[in-house]
Design a protein around this ligand. Structure first.
Ligand code: ATP
Ligand code: MG
Length: 274
């Protein structure tokens, strides 16, 4: 269980994350949604310890993550793999070398500097690429791949890290709908088959609804809703995106009907849970 307790991160006067308390059981696939600036990326960065909180705590299985230092902090960072919107591959390196970067925290500094990887690690990288349908590109320069292919390589890199948690920050925001679906299908497969917990910032509410077990909505650094996809209703969507933008997030099932947007739905009807 990953627990955040009253987590706060301020940048000057901005409260990017403002008192977030969550309990995430192992194996859950969680979609974090919200307007630009709501604090989604900052929350993931705090969990991964890419940023330190101003106050509050993060614990996993009872261990205080915010107190980790040195090797223990490296281990935690290996344990939670990040996937980014812009893939973060090294374009001029071949695909397999990019995947092997996921092994860096398992290596001595010297071995990682001279890019010495064991035959076992190379085999692991090829298996991960194969699983993502990318083994054929192992020797190709990463910069020559399409966006969807690059994100699949980035997922393979995350897998060889052998994490327990995947933190994906808008993993499909730069992809066309069909590649977005392919990438989300792989993330869900990893979640369901391997049992990895996945926390995924998503712009598209429809994707969060289709792929996630649980949806956390953020506004102004705070959690404004925490519910299942089935519990998402107009009032919730208005609370997350604001009345003006709620229409953009309508999908074509019956979750939202045009008239719903004209009603002044009472915000106290929001499904809230801790
Ligand atoms: N390093 C930083 N320095 C100053 N302000 C920051 C920093 N990182 C984030 N912020 C601010 O914190 C708030 C939350 O930003 P964050 O990037 O977490 O939002 P987000 O929900 O991920 O937005 P988006 O959907 O645009 O990615 C914003 O007001 C942002 O400007
Ligand atoms: Mg962001």
């Amino acid at each position: 269980m990953l627990v955040t307790d009253q987590l706060v991160k301020t940048f000057g006067a901005t409260r990017a994350v403002d008192g977030v308390s969550l309990e995430i059981p192992e194996g859950q696939m969680v979609g974090i949604i919200g307007r630009s600036g709501a604090g989604k990326s900052t929350l993931l960065r705090l969990i991964n310890r890419l940023a330190d909180p101003t106050s509050g705590s993060i614990s996993v299985a009872g261990t205080e993550v915010t107190a980790l230092k040195g090797k223990a902090l490296h281990r935690w960072r290996s344990d939670c793999a990040m996937i980014f919107q812009q893939f973060n591959l090294v374009d001029r390196l071949d695909v397999i070398t990019n995947v092997l970067v996921g092994r860096v925290n398992y290596q001595s500094t010297f071995r990682s500097m001279v890019k010495m990887y064991s035959a076992d690690e190379r085999a692991m990288a090829i298996r991960a690429l194969d699983r993502l349908g990318m083994a054929d590109t192992a020797l190709q320069r990463a910069g020559t791949l399409s966006g969807g292919q690059q994100q699949r390589v980035a997922i393979a890199r995350a897998l060889v890290q052998q994490p327990n948690l995947i933190l994906a920050d808008e993993p499909v925001a730069s992809l066309d709908p069909s590649n977005a679906q392919i990438v989300m299908d792989f993330l869900r497969q990893i979640n369901k088959k391997d049992g990895l917990t996945v926390l995924c910032n998503l712009h598209h509410l429809g994707l969060a609804k289709d792929y996630c077990d649980r949806i956390i909505g953020m506004t102004d650094g705070k959690v404004c809703c925490d519910c299942t996809p089935a519990q998402l209703d107009v009032a919730t969507i208005k609370a997350i995106y604001g009345s003006d933008a709620a229409a953009e997030h309508m999908d074509n099932d019956n979750m939202l009907k045009p008239n719903d947007l004209d009603q002044s739905t009472a915000d106290e009807n929001l499904p809230m849970s801790a």
